[in-house]
Design a protein around this ligand. Structure first.
Ligand code: GLU
Length: 424
């Protein structure tokens, strides 16, 4: 295939370019044809909407909302909705493409999409967030659908927003359509195990990687960056499996204890402290930057994109990085991390537990049936373990890092499906 110069790398990496540079490398190793490369590199649909919302003080504010459908080759598109002040089209495009590769790596029949609204939910009342969510749903009514495009939570959203979305969409359809969105509250047809699913998948892939690296979990230490849904569940479940969680962090800073932090206590503290770890006792305050550079066995970046960069990668001391967040490692950091011999379980594999249980939720909604938590966990653990082993095998066979191997598995699957379908 034709060589396309990777995008110039700035200090703060554009997430779409970061995604494309890995896609490019994996496509070259696979010998992907130019035509298919061009199809897969371009998002199939990008929708931008303006959302006027009446604020509590009576004023009207206009928010910008996005939904990018990267691909629907494997099935209806799937992906979360992010509420964050930094949301922009390039970020949503990258996150949508990552969803395509993520669904393909774990072999579930979905394409990839992502949505977002540029807003700061921390500074908005619940009523304002509800009106914003309903306005977004109305604007995206023709995009969403249980057989078309199925949203879910992401940064800044959770079951509450998914409930409003389901309600608004159902009202417009004139019937209850719970399969239009996943990550709903259990009473609305949410799946048992969905809340902890992403963190659980992080734990399953970390355990699988530790087995390969011969790290004894009972003697291992870990640091988790980000204490939202993914990070806090990953910390709790890794702690349950014997690891000493030496550091955790959130927007307020990072908290370190050589003896270990009890993640259950940290969750209770956070929940009683307006969602923040500020003032967390029995730990030394360090910075988020210092957390990343601790001499731990396992590092779990579970906050946001682009935290392991060309400048701090040389200082990373962990033996294993398990990416709970999407895109936490910049493409510039990849080669530094690889040269240091650190194993990385990449985002599109490590955090795929969330979308896997979303898939189970959608299946249950369509069947009008409910699975037990045990069934959900057993099946998602199996999927995560199989996907890990599959990617590991490709990494060994082609002598490439796990990240490139994961992209190769995903791109190969989507490309083959596209060829069988004959293009459309
Ligand atoms: N937002 C999550 C992710 O990035 C979940 C997506 C979903 O469940 O559809 O994987």
């Amino acid at each position: 295939m034709a060589y396309i110069e990777p995008a110039p790398l700035k200090d703060r990496e554009n997430p779409f370019e970061a995604m494309m540079s890995r896609f490019h490398v994996a496509s070259q190793i696979l010998g992907l044809e130019d035509e298919i490369y061009n199809v897969l590199k371009s998002p199939s649909r990008q929708v931008i909407v303006s959302l006027p919302v009446t604020m509590d003080d009576g004023s009207i504010r206009v928010f910008e909302g996005y939904r990018v459908i990267h691909s629907n080759i494997l099935g209806p598109s799937k992906g979360g909705i992010r509420y964050d002040p930094m949301v922009n089209l390039d970020e949503v495009k990258a996150l949508a493409a990552w969803m395509t590769w993520k669904c393909a790596v774990v072999d579930i029949p979905y394409g990839g999409a992502k949505g977002g609204i540029t807003c700061n939910p921390r500074e908005m009342s619940s009523g304002e967030i509800e009106r914003l969510t309903r306005a977004y749903t109305t604007a995206m009514f023709h995009v969403f659908g249980p057989d078309q495009d199925i949203p879910a939570p992401d940064m800044g959203t959770g079951p509450r927003e998914m409930a409003w979305l389901m309600d608004e969409y159902s009202k417009m359809r004139g019937m209850t359509v719970n399969a239009v969105v996943t990550g709903k509250p259990i009473v609305l047809g949410g799946s048992l195990g969905r809340t902890e699913a992403t963190g659980r998948g992080v734990m399953v892939s970390a355990m699988a990687a530790m087995e390969k690296l011969k790290i004894n979990p009972y003697k291992a230490t870990c640091a988790v960056q980000g204490f939202g849904n993914v990070g806090s569940w990953a910390a709790r479940l890794l702690h349950e499996r014997g690891l000493t969680v030496q550091a955790i962090s959130d927007l307020s800073g990072a908290y370190y204890s050589e003896k270990g932090i009890d993640p259950e206590k940290a969750v209770a503290y956070r929940d009683a402290n307006k969602g923040s770890l500020e003032g967390f006792p029995d730990a030394t305050r360090i910075t988020n930057e210092e957390l990343l550079e601790l001499p731990v066995d396992v590092l779990v970046p579970a906050a946001t994109e682009d935290v392991i960069t060309g400048s701090n990668a040389p200082k990373i001391q962990a033996k294993l990085i398990v990416e709970g967040a999407n895109g936490p490692t910049s493409s510039k950091a990849d080669s530094i991390i690889n040269d240091k011999g650190i194993m990385v379980v990449p985002d599109i594999l490590a955090n795929a537990g969330g979308v896997t249980v979303s898939y189970f939720e959608w299946i249950q909604n369509r069947l009008g049936y409910k699975w037990t938590a045990d069934r959900v966990n057993r099946r998602s653990d199996r999927i995560m373990k199989d996907a890990f082993n599959n990617v590991f095998k490709v990494a060994q066979e082609y002598k490439v890092p796990m990240r490139i191997a994961a992209y190769m598995v995903a791109i190969d699957k989507v490309a083959k499906t596209y060829k069988y379908r004959g293009g459309f």
